[in-house]
Design a protein around this ligand. Structure first.
Ligand code: MG
Length: 381
């Protein structure tokens, strides 16, 4: 993209941003979507600040070089690993460590380094691992010039699938894992979704939304089975002096938690309940008695785009008739003066008809269209 294209793109983006406003604009809510496309009423996401090289403002810091307090041994005793030069280092034979806090679906960042002195090969070189919820191991291994079996290399989902590529740095060099994890979803004993993991190793995509086949063990395939919705994160002691630093985690919602908009768990009853709630809230602010009939009608069109109750529709029809009556008393110049409002309202009717909120033979749209044509309101100068 050259600079002039960048400028045009920026202008288009600004114009698009200004075009989005309250009222009927994008495709309306439906049985799977509680919000319209570009819906101004939809809650905005919370703000998170993320400075380069720093944990995001909403992250839980699990290790920043100063303390092992976030970690315990498997039996709950204080963590027996040690801090060396601001890094946390495995103390062999002290066992895995776990977070005090339990987590479910998450974004996890950690940095690790295998020992700079190469010792051993295969699984015996710089081996540790990140156990998501204590169940699914993302392997840590010195895979640099190390011919370990594929499903046990660094960034493999251990015993399930190799990384897409080997992005391993040299022994002793710091490496990053950025992991997005979704736990399996169960409904009683029925598996609804096996969960998934995405991993970036040193910024390189190495696991692309891998859906779990089971839970990590050695040599065998261990099928998925229900476990608690939050469990500690664990780091493996495999006897090697692997170091860790800059570990933070952010809990993220399950895709199956979203029952009101799109998504695999969209539920018609939940969607309809939220649409009703929004319609009622907008109606409370709609002021159908407003002397500005155009504004009152516009607000009511928005209300019925969420929930077309008999009560609301009666108000729409009354306001429609009053507004059309008002327009019929205007002269040509007065109509010209209101052309922006009239065209915008016709456009809103188009959206409502397209989305079957109003029937194809919508009287309001037909009348507005007639006025637009008779007064050449869309004629280019
Ligand atoms: Mg391991």
């Amino acid at each position: 993209m050259n600079y002039s294209n960048v400028w045009l793109f920026a202008c288009a983006a600004v114009l698009t941003a200004y075009a989005v406003r309250a009222g009927v604009y994008g495709d309306t809510p439906d049985s799977r979507h509680a919000w319209a496309v570009h819906d101004s009423n939809r809650p905005r996401p919370p703000v998170v600040t993320a400075e380069p090289g720093r944990p995001p403002s909403d992250a839980t810091v699990l290790f920043d070089g100063s303390s092992l307090d976030a970690w315990v041994s498997k039996d709950g005793a204080p963590c027996k690993w040690r801090i060396v030069e601001g890094a946390m280092e495995v103390v062999p034979k002290t066992g895995e460590i776990r977070t005090r806090q339990a987590f479910g679906d998450c974004q996890l960042h950690l940095e690790w380094a295998s020992p700079s002195g190469v010792k051993g090969d295969g699984q015996g070189r710089g081996n540790s691992g990140v156990f998501l919820m204590g169940m699914h191991e993302i392997q840590i291994l010195d895979s640099f010039n190390n011919d370990a079996y594929a499903d046990g290399q660094a960034a493999s989902v251990y015993a399930e699938t190799p990384p897409l590529v080997n992005a391993c740095r040299k022994p002793g060099e710091w490496q990053t894992y950025d992991i997005i994890f979704h736990q399996p979803v169960w409904e009683g004993e029925t598996l609804k979704h096996p969960g998934s993991v995405t991993v970036l190793h040193n910024g390189v995509l190495v696991q692309d939304h891998w859906e779990f086949e089971g839970m990590t063990t050695h040599c065998r395939r261990r099928p998925l089975a229900p476990y608690a919705s939050r469990l500690p994160l664990a780091l493996q002691d495999h006897g090697d002096l692997v170091r860790f630093r800059n570990i933070w985690i952010r809990e993220i919602p399950s895709r199956y938690a979203n029952t009101t908009h799109g998504g695999p768990a969209a539920n018609e009853a939940d969607v309809m309940a939220l649409r009703r709630e929004t319609a009622d809230k907008l109606f409370a602010e709609a002021n159908p008695a407003d002397q500005n009939k155009r504004a009152a009608l516009g607000r009511m069109l928005e209300v019925v785009s969420y929930d077309k109750t008999e009560e609301y529709m009666q108000i729409v029809l009354r306001l429609r008739d009053e507004y059309l009556q008002e327009l019929s008393g205007l002269n040509a110049q007065q109509i010209q003066d209101r052309k922006g409002d009239i065209i915008a309202l016709r456009n809103e009717c188009n959206v409502l008809v397209r989305n079957k909120v109003f029937p194809e033979e919508c009287k309001l749209r037909a009348e507005l269209q007639r006025i637009i044509q008779e007064n050449a309101l869309e004629k280019k100068n």
